[in-house]
Design a binder for this molecule. Sequence first.
Ligand SMILES: [Cu+2]
Length: 151
Amino acid sequence: MKRRLLFLLPFLVLALLVALVPVPVLAEPTTRYITVTARQFAYDPPVLRVNRGDRIIITLQAADVMHGFYLDGYGIDEQVEPGQTRQIEFVADRTGKYRYRCSVSCGPLHPFMIGELVVEPNTTFARAIGLMGVAVAGTFMYLRRNSVEIN
Ligand SMILES: [Cu+2]
């Protein structure tokens, strides 16, 4: 019995490591409400950071003239008139960096009106998968070992 417990110890340690080792981002998928203001010739904020799986609800507004919001990789293209708002909704289901740019010719520096959406991997999800892997491996090894002993 004591030997069995000793055998399980490495798996317990591994499970603790997977669960507790600090990583930069720890968050459940969530709904994020973000207001993006477009003005000649920039977006505020210029960078949006979200986690994979997050539902993003952007309220787009234009501060001066009509602007657009074209998001690479997500097939989103919306326009907004000054004084109005437009709601843009999507799930950030792909990690990576995606540029958003103005899709309405709004002045001489229009081509430089660019922002960036950064979708980080969701580490909570990765941890859950990791823990499951350790549990499955531990169970498998334990059962195998016991069956060898019985034979
Ligand atoms: Cu513009």
